[in-house]
Design a protein around this ligand. Structure first.
Ligand code: NAD
Length: 422
């Protein structure tokens, strides 16, 4: 099909393959598939900034809005040197199925700038953030497309986005982004929401397998927002964190790592490099160590056909988006009940659910307590978890295919009932 020749590359191919498997099973007509799958809008912009040394650099920025059928699009903004339009499109499509599975009135969106944030000074980072948002102003809005953090962006970047958008409007529009600092209309519990949700669902999966959480072991890949909060929450639940890695180093200790000490090290040094000599480990091997819960919480395509057969975890809790390739999925499926997969669109949905709470609070100028946020988040994740397990059982499919089927059907039905304009 040449209708989406704009999008290429392995991550987009993954999103397409996953969709086709489910669309086949749902017996979705071919023309309807294109309508449900192809992103509605793709925007590419140049973001020039003054560097500290007086020179000018230009960074390429992207935003993809998958569909506006159910409400605004919603999704993170990634700052990474590897970002390209096709990756952003795949991430936007996954956001659509994720929001639909969670019952949120959103389509999927995603954005990114091809820049290494660690190579920028704080002033340069602010300049890129503001210029990117400024370039996006004609295409976004609180009822069109609402941004949030993702890899390489944080609460401060969201504050700059919100300020830039608001300055152009002439009034404060804090509902334009989520994941903002609480002091400017952010919600309590958003920063922790994704990791908290991953830990909650990992705990639920262990319950299903009759494995006690207290004393179970976990390995976490990626130690940013999602990875570090997941590790802290798993430790809080009584799990022993035996392995942790980020882009700079990996550590493994069967006796357990001190997660809090690693968090402090990472916040001081911006990575976990230099934390320990004794516990240093091969990052690729780390994923293959025996553990109860394995959490990929970094980049896409880390569980592949090369290592899926060798995983020794009981639960694969996908904190990252797209960590498992379709070829790896087939290998995991052939291993039967050995590995319980909590698919990304379910596992890391805590982030967008809390973002939805933030947006609703901003629109109403009415703020909730942390207890309310945590309870509602848990209820929402529990409901989706049960629906996915139930659907997997009735259809005799993997948890991933069940989760995708629920999400895709929601979008398909909404498009059918709205009809095709004009
Ligand atoms: P982040 O920028 O806060 O952290 C990313 C972490 O991954 C860093 O510790 C980095 O060192 C590490 N990393 C990068 N490349 C790596 C590699 N090759 N091997 C090991 N570690 C590596 O980003 P984040 O917000 O924690 O996002 C992580 C993942 O979770 C992404 O896939 C993102 O799309 C997904 N996600 C994030 C949220 C959210 O709320 N932030 C919500 C849902 C999903």
């Amino acid at each position: 099909m040449s209708s989406h020749a704009l999008y290429t590359g392995p991550v987009f191919a993954m999103a397409r393959r996953q969709f086709d498997v489910v669309a086949d099973r749902l017996q979705m007509p071919l023309d309807e598939r294109e309508r449900v799958f192809i992103p509605k809008r793709a925007i590419a912009v140049a973001c020039p900034i003054h560097r500290d040394d007086g020179s000018i650099s230009v960074f390429q920025g992207f935003r993809v809005q998958h569909h506006l059928t159910l409400g605004p699009t919603k999704g993170g903004t990634r700052f990474s040197p590897l970002v390209d339009l096709s990756e952003v499109a795949a991430l936007a499509i996954w956001m659509s199925w994720k929001c639909a599975l969670a019952g949120l009135p959103y389509g999927g969106g995603k954005g990114g700038v091809a820049v290494d944030p660690l190579a920028l000074s704080r002033r340069e980072l602010e300049a890129v953030s503001r210029r990117y948002m400024q370039e996006m102003i004609p295409f976004v809005g609180p009822h069109t497309d609402v941004m949030a953090p993702d890899m390489g962006t944080d609460e401060q970047v969201m504050a700059w986005f919100m300020d830039t958008y608001s300055m152009y409007q002439g009034n404060t529009v804090n509902e334009i982004v989520t994941g903002k600092p609480v002091s400017i209309g952010g919600t309590v519990g958003r920063r922790e929401a994704t990791g908290r949700g991953v830990a909650y669902l990992a705990g639920r999966a262990l319950d299903e397998l009759h494995i006690r959480q207290d004393g179970a072991t976990a390995i976490v890949q990626g130690f940013g927002n999602v990875g570090s909060v997941t590790a802290l929450n798993l430790a809080h639940r009584g799990l022993k964190i035996v392995g942790i890695s980020d882009h700079s180093a990996a550590y493994f200790d069967r006796k357990g790592l001190d997660v809090q000490a690693l968090v402090e090290h990472a916040s001081k040094h911006r990575s976990i490099e230099g934390y320990s000599r004794e516990a240093r480990f091969d990052p690729q091997e780390l994923l293959l160590q025996r553990c109860d819960v394995l959490v990929p919480a970094a980049v896409e395509q880390v569980i592949t056909e090369n290592n899926a057969g060798k995983l020794q975890c009981r639960v694969l809790a996908e904190g990252a988006n797209g960590p498992t390739t379709p070829a790896a999925d087939e290998i995991l499926a052939a291993r039967g009940d050995e590995v319980f997969v909590i698919p990304d669109i379910l596992c890391n949905a805590g982030g967008v659910i809390a973002s939805y709470f933030e947006w609703v609070q901003d629109l109403q100028y009415w703020f909730w307590t942390e207890t309310e946020i945590v309870e509602r988040l848990q209820q929402s994740l529990e409901k989706s978890f049960r629906r996915v397990l139930q659907r997997a059982r009735t259809d005799g499919v993997s948890n991933r295919d069940a989760a995708l089927a629920i999400g895709i059907e929601v979008v398909q039905k909404a498009k059918r009932v709205r009809g095709l304009f004009p």
